[in-house]
Design a protein around this ligand. Structure first.
Ligand SMILES: [Zn+2]
Length: 328
Protein backbone atom coordinates (compact mmCIF):
# COMPACT_ATOMS: atom_id res chain seq x y z
CA UNK A 1 0.00 0.00 0.00
CA UNK A 2 1.51 3.32 -1.11
CA UNK A 3 0.81 6.08 1.42
CA UNK A 4 1.88 9.65 0.72
CA UNK A 5 2.15 11.42 4.07
CA UNK A 6 3.07 14.80 2.56
CA UNK A 7 0.24 16.07 0.39
CA UNK A 8 -1.67 19.30 0.64
CA UNK A 9 -5.23 20.51 0.29
CA UNK A 10 -5.93 24.23 -0.03
CA UNK A 11 -8.99 25.06 2.11
CA UNK A 12 -12.24 25.05 0.13
CA UNK A 13 -13.33 28.15 2.03
CA UNK A 14 -10.35 30.06 0.67
CA UNK A 15 -11.37 29.26 -2.91
CA UNK A 16 -15.00 30.16 -2.20
CA UNK A 17 -14.00 33.50 -0.68
CA UNK A 18 -11.68 34.17 -3.63
CA UNK A 19 -14.47 33.41 -6.11
CA UNK A 20 -16.44 36.18 -4.45
CA UNK A 21 -13.49 38.58 -4.52
CA UNK A 22 -13.09 38.27 -0.74
CA UNK A 23 -10.10 37.49 1.44
CA UNK A 24 -10.13 34.60 3.93
CA UNK A 25 -8.46 35.33 7.27
CA UNK A 26 -6.35 37.86 5.40
CA UNK A 27 -5.37 35.45 2.61
CA UNK A 28 -6.31 36.58 -0.85
CA UNK A 29 -5.90 35.68 -4.48
CA UNK A 30 -3.79 38.17 -6.42
CA UNK A 31 -2.82 38.47 -10.07
CA UNK A 32 0.64 39.21 -11.38
CA UNK A 33 2.06 38.84 -14.90
CA UNK A 34 -0.98 36.84 -16.00
CA UNK A 35 -0.68 34.34 -13.12
CA UNK A 36 -2.61 33.92 -9.87
CA UNK A 37 -0.96 33.70 -6.46
CA UNK A 38 -2.09 33.13 -2.89
CA UNK A 39 -1.09 36.16 -0.85
CA UNK A 40 -0.88 35.65 2.91
CA UNK A 41 0.71 38.55 4.79
CA UNK A 42 2.64 39.56 1.68
CA UNK A 43 3.98 36.04 1.25
CA UNK A 44 3.17 34.79 -2.19
CA UNK A 45 2.54 31.18 -3.16
CA UNK A 46 2.19 30.29 -6.79
CA UNK A 47 1.72 30.62 -9.64
CA UNK A 48 -1.42 28.62 -8.99
CA UNK A 49 -1.79 25.61 -11.26
CA UNK A 50 -4.93 23.68 -12.18
CA UNK A 51 -4.13 20.79 -9.85
CA UNK A 52 -4.20 23.11 -6.81
CA UNK A 53 -8.00 23.04 -6.94
CA UNK A 54 -8.98 19.50 -7.83
CA UNK A 55 -12.34 18.11 -6.84
CA UNK A 56 -12.03 14.89 -4.84
CA UNK A 57 -12.85 12.58 -7.76
CA UNK A 58 -10.25 14.19 -10.00
CA UNK A 59 -7.76 14.02 -7.16
CA UNK A 60 -8.39 10.30 -6.72
CA UNK A 61 -8.01 9.75 -10.48
CA UNK A 62 -4.69 11.56 -10.39
CA UNK A 63 -3.60 9.49 -7.37
CA UNK A 64 -4.51 6.32 -9.29
CA UNK A 65 -2.43 7.45 -12.25
CA UNK A 66 0.70 7.81 -10.05
CA UNK A 67 -0.04 4.69 -7.96
CA UNK A 68 -0.71 6.48 -4.68
CA UNK A 69 -3.25 4.46 -2.69
CA UNK A 70 -3.68 6.96 0.11
CA UNK A 71 -2.83 10.58 0.78
CA UNK A 72 -2.46 11.84 4.33
CA UNK A 73 -3.61 15.38 3.62
CA UNK A 74 -2.63 18.58 5.41
CA UNK A 75 -2.88 22.28 4.76
CA UNK A 76 -0.19 24.13 2.78
CA UNK A 77 2.05 25.96 5.26
CA UNK A 78 0.79 29.40 4.28
CA UNK A 79 -2.51 28.52 5.96
CA UNK A 80 -0.91 27.69 9.33
CA UNK A 81 -2.11 31.19 10.31
CA UNK A 82 0.10 31.48 13.39
CA UNK A 83 0.33 35.20 12.64
CA UNK A 84 -3.36 35.74 13.42
CA UNK A 85 -4.58 36.62 16.89
CA UNK A 86 -5.33 33.46 18.90
CA UNK A 87 -9.11 33.61 18.52
CA UNK A 88 -8.88 34.00 14.77
CA UNK A 89 -6.11 31.41 14.59
CA UNK A 90 -8.26 28.86 16.41
CA UNK A 91 -11.26 29.66 14.24
CA UNK A 92 -9.32 29.29 10.99
CA UNK A 93 -7.64 26.08 12.20
CA UNK A 94 -11.04 24.50 12.88
CA UNK A 95 -12.32 25.48 9.42
CA UNK A 96 -9.18 24.08 7.80
CA UNK A 97 -9.63 20.89 9.81
CA UNK A 98 -13.30 20.45 8.93
CA UNK A 99 -12.33 20.77 5.28
CA UNK A 100 -9.54 18.18 5.65
CA UNK A 101 -11.95 15.88 7.46
CA UNK A 102 -14.34 16.02 4.52
CA UNK A 103 -11.68 14.15 2.51
CA UNK A 104 -11.35 11.44 5.16
CA UNK A 105 -15.12 11.10 5.38
CA UNK A 106 -15.38 10.87 1.61
CA UNK A 107 -13.23 7.74 1.57
CA UNK A 108 -11.03 6.82 4.55
CA UNK A 109 -9.25 4.20 2.44
CA UNK A 110 -7.95 6.95 0.14
CA UNK A 111 -7.51 9.81 2.60
CA UNK A 112 -6.36 10.36 6.15
CA UNK A 113 -5.47 13.77 7.57
CA UNK A 114 -3.16 15.80 9.79
CA UNK A 115 -4.75 18.72 11.60
CA UNK A 116 -3.80 22.37 11.70
CA UNK A 117 -3.32 23.70 15.25
CA UNK A 118 -3.07 27.35 16.40
CA UNK A 119 0.37 27.15 17.99
CA UNK A 120 0.46 30.91 18.66
CA UNK A 121 -1.55 29.85 21.75
CA UNK A 122 -0.38 26.56 23.16
CA UNK A 123 -3.57 25.87 25.16
CA UNK A 124 -5.72 26.36 22.11
CA UNK A 125 -3.35 24.15 20.09
CA UNK A 126 -3.70 21.37 22.67
CA UNK A 127 -7.50 21.71 22.59
CA UNK A 128 -7.55 21.53 18.80
CA UNK A 129 -5.28 18.48 18.80
CA UNK A 130 -7.56 16.73 21.28
CA UNK A 131 -10.59 17.56 19.14
CA UNK A 132 -8.75 16.39 16.03
CA UNK A 133 -7.70 13.05 17.52
CA UNK A 134 -11.25 12.43 18.74
CA UNK A 135 -12.54 13.15 15.26
CA UNK A 136 -10.36 10.82 13.25
CA UNK A 137 -7.17 12.75 12.53
CA UNK A 138 -3.87 10.90 12.74
CA UNK A 139 -1.99 13.83 14.23
CA UNK A 140 -1.07 17.36 13.24
CA UNK A 141 1.12 19.35 10.91
CA UNK A 142 3.33 22.03 12.49
CA UNK A 143 5.50 24.80 11.16
CA UNK A 144 9.25 24.51 11.71
CA UNK A 145 9.05 27.67 13.81
CA UNK A 146 6.25 29.44 15.64
CA UNK A 147 6.41 33.08 14.59
CA UNK A 148 10.19 32.88 14.88
CA UNK A 149 10.21 30.82 18.09
CA UNK A 150 12.33 27.65 18.05
CA UNK A 151 11.12 24.43 19.64
CA UNK A 152 13.65 24.52 22.47
CA UNK A 153 11.31 27.16 23.92
CA UNK A 154 9.62 25.34 26.77
CA UNK A 155 6.45 27.38 26.50
CA UNK A 156 5.65 25.16 23.48
CA UNK A 157 6.29 21.85 25.21
CA UNK A 158 2.83 21.26 26.72
CA UNK A 159 1.73 20.65 23.15
CA UNK A 160 4.28 17.84 22.73
CA UNK A 161 3.31 16.30 26.07
CA UNK A 162 -0.30 16.25 24.85
CA UNK A 163 0.74 14.78 21.49
CA UNK A 164 2.71 12.07 23.27
CA UNK A 165 -0.29 11.21 25.49
CA UNK A 166 -2.63 11.18 22.47
CA UNK A 167 -0.16 9.20 20.33
CA UNK A 168 -0.46 11.86 17.64
CA UNK A 169 1.88 11.86 14.64
CA UNK A 170 3.45 15.32 14.22
CA UNK A 171 4.60 16.35 10.77
CA UNK A 172 6.85 19.41 10.63
CA UNK A 173 6.70 21.52 7.50
CA UNK A 174 8.99 24.50 6.86
CA UNK A 175 7.39 27.92 6.68
CA UNK A 176 8.61 31.52 6.96
CA UNK A 177 12.27 30.44 7.10
CA UNK A 178 14.95 32.32 8.99
CA UNK A 179 17.08 34.54 6.78
CA UNK A 180 14.28 35.13 4.27
CA UNK A 181 15.46 38.74 3.85
CA UNK A 182 18.60 37.37 2.15
CA UNK A 183 16.71 34.81 0.06
CA UNK A 184 14.39 36.97 -1.98
CA UNK A 185 15.90 35.97 -5.33
CA UNK A 186 16.11 32.75 -7.30
CA UNK A 187 13.40 30.94 -5.24
CA UNK A 188 16.04 30.63 -2.46
CA UNK A 189 13.42 31.09 0.28
CA UNK A 190 12.10 27.70 -0.77
CA UNK A 191 15.13 25.86 -2.15
CA UNK A 192 17.52 26.93 0.61
CA UNK A 193 15.28 28.48 3.27
CA UNK A 194 13.00 25.48 3.72
CA UNK A 195 15.74 22.90 4.34
CA UNK A 196 17.55 25.45 6.52
CA UNK A 197 14.49 25.95 8.71
CA UNK A 198 14.00 22.18 8.94
CA UNK A 199 17.59 21.92 10.14
CA UNK A 200 17.13 24.63 12.76
CA UNK A 201 13.92 23.01 14.02
CA UNK A 202 15.54 19.57 14.35
CA UNK A 203 18.62 21.04 16.04
CA UNK A 204 16.58 23.12 18.48
CA UNK A 205 14.46 20.07 19.36
CA UNK A 206 17.55 17.93 19.95
CA UNK A 207 19.71 20.50 21.77
CA UNK A 208 16.70 21.78 23.72
CA UNK A 209 16.12 18.36 25.22
CA UNK A 210 12.56 17.93 23.99
CA UNK A 211 13.17 14.31 23.02
CA UNK A 212 14.31 13.51 26.57
CA UNK A 213 11.23 15.20 27.97
CA UNK A 214 8.89 13.44 25.51
CA UNK A 215 10.72 10.25 24.49
CA UNK A 216 7.70 8.66 22.82
CA UNK A 217 6.48 11.61 20.76
CA UNK A 218 6.40 10.83 17.02
CA UNK A 219 8.07 13.66 15.09
CA UNK A 220 8.44 13.56 11.31
CA UNK A 221 10.14 16.17 9.14
CA UNK A 222 9.37 17.15 5.56
CA UNK A 223 12.02 17.25 2.84
CA UNK A 224 14.20 14.60 4.44
CA UNK A 225 14.83 16.86 7.43
CA UNK A 226 16.72 19.43 5.36
CA UNK A 227 20.44 19.53 6.11
CA UNK A 228 20.13 18.06 9.61
CA UNK A 229 21.71 14.67 8.91
CA UNK A 230 24.51 16.08 6.78
CA UNK A 231 25.23 18.86 9.27
CA UNK A 232 25.10 16.75 12.42
CA UNK A 233 28.82 15.91 12.74
CA UNK A 234 29.54 19.61 13.15
CA UNK A 235 26.83 19.86 15.78
CA UNK A 236 28.36 16.83 17.52
CA UNK A 237 31.70 18.61 17.55
CA UNK A 238 30.07 21.70 19.05
CA UNK A 239 28.49 19.51 21.71
CA UNK A 240 31.88 18.01 22.56
CA UNK A 241 33.80 21.26 22.85
CA UNK A 242 31.30 23.85 24.11
CA UNK A 243 29.49 23.92 27.46
CA UNK A 244 26.47 25.85 26.19
CA UNK A 245 25.74 23.05 23.71
CA UNK A 246 25.54 20.54 26.58
CA UNK A 247 23.10 22.52 28.69
CA UNK A 248 20.08 20.29 28.09
CA UNK A 249 21.33 16.94 26.78
CA UNK A 250 23.87 14.33 27.80
CA UNK A 251 24.02 12.24 24.59
CA UNK A 252 25.60 13.20 21.28
CA UNK A 253 23.15 15.21 19.14
CA UNK A 254 23.53 12.67 16.33
CA UNK A 255 22.21 9.95 18.66
CA UNK A 256 18.82 11.65 18.46
CA UNK A 257 18.51 11.52 14.67
CA UNK A 258 17.18 7.96 14.88
CA UNK A 259 14.44 9.09 17.23
CA UNK A 260 12.90 11.23 14.47
CA UNK A 261 11.12 10.34 11.21
CA UNK A 262 11.63 11.93 7.79
CA UNK A 263 9.86 12.02 4.49
CA UNK A 264 11.79 10.88 1.41
CA UNK A 265 11.73 14.19 -0.44
CA UNK A 266 15.47 14.78 -0.78
CA UNK A 267 15.29 15.22 -4.60
CA UNK A 268 18.56 13.31 -5.02
CA UNK A 269 18.89 9.51 -4.86
CA UNK A 270 22.34 9.72 -3.23
CA UNK A 271 20.98 12.11 -0.61
CA UNK A 272 18.12 9.71 0.09
CA UNK A 273 20.65 6.89 0.45
CA UNK A 274 22.63 9.04 2.89
CA UNK A 275 19.49 9.69 4.93
CA UNK A 276 18.53 6.01 4.98
CA UNK A 277 22.07 5.03 5.97
CA UNK A 278 21.99 7.51 8.86
CA UNK A 279 18.54 6.79 10.30
CA UNK A 280 17.37 3.47 8.81
CA UNK A 281 14.65 2.65 6.29
CA UNK A 282 12.16 2.26 9.17
CA UNK A 283 12.44 6.03 9.75
CA UNK A 284 11.71 7.28 6.22
CA UNK A 285 8.21 7.74 4.79
CA UNK A 286 6.83 8.43 1.34
CA UNK A 287 6.16 12.16 0.92
CA UNK A 288 5.55 13.93 -2.37
CA UNK A 289 4.51 17.55 -1.60
CA UNK A 290 1.50 17.05 -3.89
CA UNK A 291 0.35 19.15 -5.75
CA UNK A 292 3.19 21.66 -5.74
CA UNK A 293 6.01 22.27 -8.18
CA UNK A 294 8.75 21.24 -5.75
CA UNK A 295 7.21 17.81 -5.27
CA UNK A 296 7.75 14.41 -6.80
CA UNK A 297 5.65 13.79 -9.89
CA UNK A 298 5.37 10.08 -9.31
CA UNK A 299 6.50 9.32 -5.76
CA UNK A 300 6.10 5.50 -5.61
CA UNK A 301 7.95 5.17 -8.91
CA UNK A 302 10.79 7.31 -7.56
CA UNK A 303 11.24 5.05 -4.53
CA UNK A 304 10.86 1.88 -6.61
CA UNK A 305 13.78 2.97 -8.79
CA UNK A 306 16.21 3.20 -5.87
CA UNK A 307 18.73 0.42 -6.42
CA UNK A 308 20.26 0.72 -2.96
CA UNK A 309 16.97 -0.25 -1.28
CA UNK A 310 15.99 -3.91 -0.93
CA UNK A 311 12.35 -4.90 -1.39
CA UNK A 312 11.45 -4.83 2.27
CA UNK A 313 12.98 -1.36 2.70
CA UNK A 314 11.03 -0.11 -0.33
CA UNK A 315 7.82 -1.55 1.10
CA UNK A 316 8.50 0.13 4.46
CA UNK A 317 9.13 3.54 2.90
CA UNK A 318 6.26 3.28 0.43
CA UNK A 319 3.68 2.59 3.12
CA UNK A 320 4.65 0.10 5.81
CA UNK A 321 6.16 2.74 8.08
CA UNK A 322 3.12 5.00 7.69
CA UNK A 323 0.77 2.10 8.43
CA UNK A 324 2.66 1.35 11.62
CA UNK A 325 3.07 4.93 12.85
CA UNK A 326 -0.34 6.28 11.89
CA UNK A 327 -2.17 3.01 12.66
CA UNK A 328 -3.59 2.71 9.17
ZN1 LIG B 1 4.65 20.54 1.48
Amino acid sequence: MNIDIHSHVIPTQFWQASDEGQSWFGAKLVQNDGNSYVDTMNRFAGPIEDNWRLNIEDRINLMDSIKVDMQVVSTPPYFFNYHLDPDEGAESARLVNEDLLSYVNYDPKRFQALANVPLQDVNRAVSELKWAMQNGFKGAELSTNVNGLNYDDRSLWPFFKAAEDLDAFLFFHPHAPAGADRMKSFYFANTIGNPLDNTMAIASIIFGGLLDECPDVKLCFAHGGGYACFGMPRMDRGFQVRPEAKRNITSLPSDYLKKIYYDCLTHGPEELQYLVNKVGSDRVLLGSDFPFDMGLDSPPEWISQMQFLDDSSKEAILGGNAQRLLKI
